[in-house]
Design a binder for this molecule. Structure first.
Ligand SMILES: Cc1ncc(COP(=O)(O)O)c(C=O)c1O
Length: 360
């Protein structure tokens, strides 16, 4: 099919994990002071952990290779006995972490329904129990929240977080926050990251998503929690050696990339508004809270996978959010011109109505 919109360089909207290191990250790597982090003596890693703990308002922090390992280590470090892990059903720990909480920590998943990543509080009340085992029920080992939500970028309100953690703490259950995109949430709410992390005993964020570092995640919590987490990181094979090379990029990310995330939010809104103008059923702009846009293709004759194929023929890469929804993630390599090109692609698809997507 002859395309009206020129196919230019790829526009990769699959995730903000595709961001490449910035020039200042390469510079900082070259001059980073290094040690053996497995022995606790890499000064650059220590500095990153100190800065991250302060940003989150926690006593201590630990550098880890990935967000998934951070969540596994957090859950292992919180759970002293068998029990359930409660979280909203569509959260990353249940959907995308390969069952690690059961296979590694011996815990039972208790996914509960919710909306835009916020768990239903009545369901939480129904399932939350003090930790441990009684003659008739398995207690709750840990409650997990996720902000921003990895499916659509929604931000948990502080009221919701307060409600979840008050209930959990009253039951004596620790709370872990998967804040892979915590700084997007902070910008979305207009509060410091520490104001969000205050509603959890432990919180993790990723350096390797919108913040553009190549590798890494940080887990923060109390000194004793981080001491245990250090042991579990080693158990999982997550001890790195001259990790200061990576931590150097993490420090640059915290110094230079946080405020820039606001541009991604603006561009995501431009994308959502433009798509809404092409077809109001495609996007609900009011649902766009941070750097993700969920596109509903349910009114067409095709599912998400077919749309993904057609869009990739135009050089636009996306992922499914469900069988009839696409997830478009905006990041540092997606500027206003890229957004406008994506909008032109959708406009052309709507104009030409290819038979693979629209029944004739
Ligand atoms: C909410 C959330 N938690 C955890 C992760 C896992 O991070 P990683 O890919 O570094 O393991 C992701 C990854 O996209 C995520 O979106």
């Amino acid at each position: 099919m002859q395309k009206l919109t020129a196919v230019g360089p790829l526009i990769d909207l699959r995730s903000d994990t595709v961001t490449r290191p910035t020039p200042s990250m390469f510079d900082r790597m070259a001059s980073a002071e290094l040690g053996d982090d497995g022995r606790g003596d890499d000064p650059t890693v220590k500095e990153l952990e100190r800065v991250a703990a302060a940003l989150l308002g926690k006593e201590a922090a630990l550098f880890l290779p990935s967000g998934t390992m951070s969540n596994h280590v957090a859950i292992l470090s919180h759970s002293f006995s068998r029990g359930e892990v409660i979280g909203e059903a569509s959260s990353h720990i249940f959907r995308s972490e390969m069952g690690g909480l059961s296979l590694l920590a011996g815990l039972y998943p208790r996914p509960i329904p919710g909306r835009a990543g916020a768990m239903d509080l009545e369901e939480l009340d129904a399932w939350l129990r003090p930790p441990g085992l009684t003659s008739h029920a398995l207690g709750t080992a840990v409650v997990c929240m996720e902000t921003t939500h990895s499916v659509g970028g929604a931000v948990l309100s502080l009221d919701h977080m307060r409600d979840v953690c008050t209930r959990s703490w009253q039951a004596g259950v620790p709370v872990h926050l998967d804040g892979a995109r915590l700084f997007n949430a902070a910008i979305g709410l207009g509060v410091p990251a520490s104001a969000i992390a205050a509603f959890a005993d432990s919180a993790t964020f990723c350096l390797s998503k919108g913040l553009s570092a190549p590798v890494g995640s940080v887990l923060a919590g109390s000194c004793s929690f981080i001491e245990r987490a250090r042991g579990f990181r080693k158990m999982l094979g997550g001890n790195l050696r001259q990790a200061g090379l990576l931590a150097a990029c993490g420090l640059v990310a915290l110094e230079e990339s946080i405020e820039r995330l606001a541009d991604d939010h603006l561009n995501a809104r431009r994308l959502a508004d433009g798509l809404h103008r092409i077809d109001p059923h495609l996007v609900s702009p009011a649902d766009v809270a941070t750097n993700m846009v969920v596109v509903n293709v349910g009114r067409s004759a095709a599912g998400a996978e077919q749309w993904i194929r057609v869009l990739s023929d135009y050089g636009v890469l996306t992922t499914p959010a469900s069988t009839d929804r696409l997830r478009l993630v905006v990041h540092r390599h997606v500027d206003v011109a890229s957004i406008d090109r994506v909008l032109n692609v959708f406009a052309e698809i709507y104009l030409t109505r290819p038979a693979t997507l629209f029944a004739v």
